[in-house]
Design a protein around this ligand. Structure first.
Ligand SMILES: C[S@@+](CC[C@H](N)C(=O)[O-])C[C@H]1O[C@@H](n2cnc3c(N)ncnc32)[C@H](O)[C@@H]1O
Length: 336
């Protein structure tokens, strides 16, 4: 269905109700009534502050959607795999079993570059994977996976009608999350599994008296929280609220676990130090990715935002910031 053009006013019209799936001719086939060729991808993006962003009308999502962000998300995926890979294999293994006739659907909401889908579609080849995102960032051609493109906040995911065995939602601090979980509940088959992974915007410290207070980083994270609240329909975003939202949505057996990932190579064993180094690098890229969103906050001043970003990066690179960590929430729940 044709729709008003993208917010930047340029390019051809942008369909609002767009289901994309890569066909073997490397064009994009839609599940509804639109087919988009590869050369048309560009109209889903608009440049801003030296990065590229989505053009979906009405969406408040604030991080870039370019190659740089795609790389950052792939690195972040590796961090999650180190931290949670075993949990994923166990949960998905229990849900999907070791065989099947291919009729179990696994839905990845806000799939980004499709790294999670790629990893687990390969592992569980008898299930059908679907990744959904605002932008056609995921281009992989996989036997048992497809990628669709639409705004899950505006349109919801309800049209799948209860045929989904697993819903995976990772790093989706935007949109009305409580409502999204209600939608997830309605598309799941009875007994179906919801997996939510979220990073807390607040840093933790492993001792009471850190010798470095990460002041600029705390200030920066406060502003990130404001962006997230704007994108979360004005509701403060806090991953600690997810279990309550799940219960409200009708989920059962809600389990929550919080794991800390070190920001820097200061924690414990060699593998943990390696993980900390990856987190440090990825987080610095996240700070750079947030610059445009900070510049769009009311009253933002370019010089001040640039100074803050530079200071945060300096703090994150500092060898004195040991002890700081990021809480990661792993929440699972089942439809009764
Ligand atoms: C921080 S990224 C996380 C990507 C992926 N889940 C991962 O963990 O690697 C959030 C993704 O959600 C997508 N997104 C944001 N708002 C969306 C919406 N309303 N509907 C669909 N996707 C959305 C963004 O385009 C982005 O790719």
């Amino acid at each position: 269905m044709p729709a008003p053009g993208p917010p930047n006013g340029g390019g051809p019209n942008l369909p609002t109700d767009l289901d994309l799936a890569l066909s073997d001719t490397n064009s994009v086939a839609t599940g509804s009534n639109v087919t988009i060729q590869e050369h048309e991808y560009e109209r889903y993006y608009t440049p801003r502050h030296g990065r590229r962003f989505h053009t979906f009308p009405g969406s408040q999502y604030f991080l870039p959607a370019d190659e740089e962000e795609s790389r950052r998300l792939r690195e972040q995926h590796q961090i999650f795999q180190s931290l949670l890979g075993g949990d994923y294999y166990q949960l998905l293994g229990e849900m999907l079993g070791t065989g099947g006739n291919g009729d179990i659907v696994v839905l990845d909401l806000g799939c980004g570059p499709g790294t999670w889908v790629e990893e687990f579609a390969e592992e569980f080849q008898f299930a059908e994977f679907i990744g959904v995102d605002l932008v056609p960032m995921a281009r992989q051609q996989l036997e048992n996976a497809q990628f669709e493109c639409y705004d899950i906040s505006a349109r919801g995911i309800g049209e799948r009608n209860g045929d989904v065995g697993v819903v995976h939602a990772r790093c989706l601090s935007f949109g009305d999350f409580g409502r999204l979980l209600q939608d997830a509940h309605s598309v799941l088959t009875p007994g179906g599994l919801l997996i939510s992974i979220e990073i807390d915007w607040r840093l933790d410290h492993q001792s009471e008296f850190p010798h470095f207070n990460m002041q600029a980083t705390q200030d920066f994270l406060g502003r990130v929280a404001t962006c997230a609240a704007v994108a979360n329909a004005g509701v403060a975003w806090d991953p600690a609220l997810i279990p309550g939202w799940l219960v409200d949505a009708g989920f059962q057996n809600v389990q929550r676990e919080v794991r800390e990932i070190p920001v820097g190579p200061w924690m414990g064993s060699q593998p943990m130090q390696e993980l900390g180094r990856l987190v440090q690098t990825m987080y610095i890229k996240f700070v750079a990715a947030m610059r445009s969103a900070l510049l769009r906050l009311p009253g933002a001043d370019v010089a001040q935002v640039n100074d803050l970003v530079a200071e945060v990066m300096h703090e994150l690179e500092s060898e004195e910031n040991d002890g700081w960590s990021i809480p990661v929430y792993l929440v699972t729940a089942y439809k009764g």
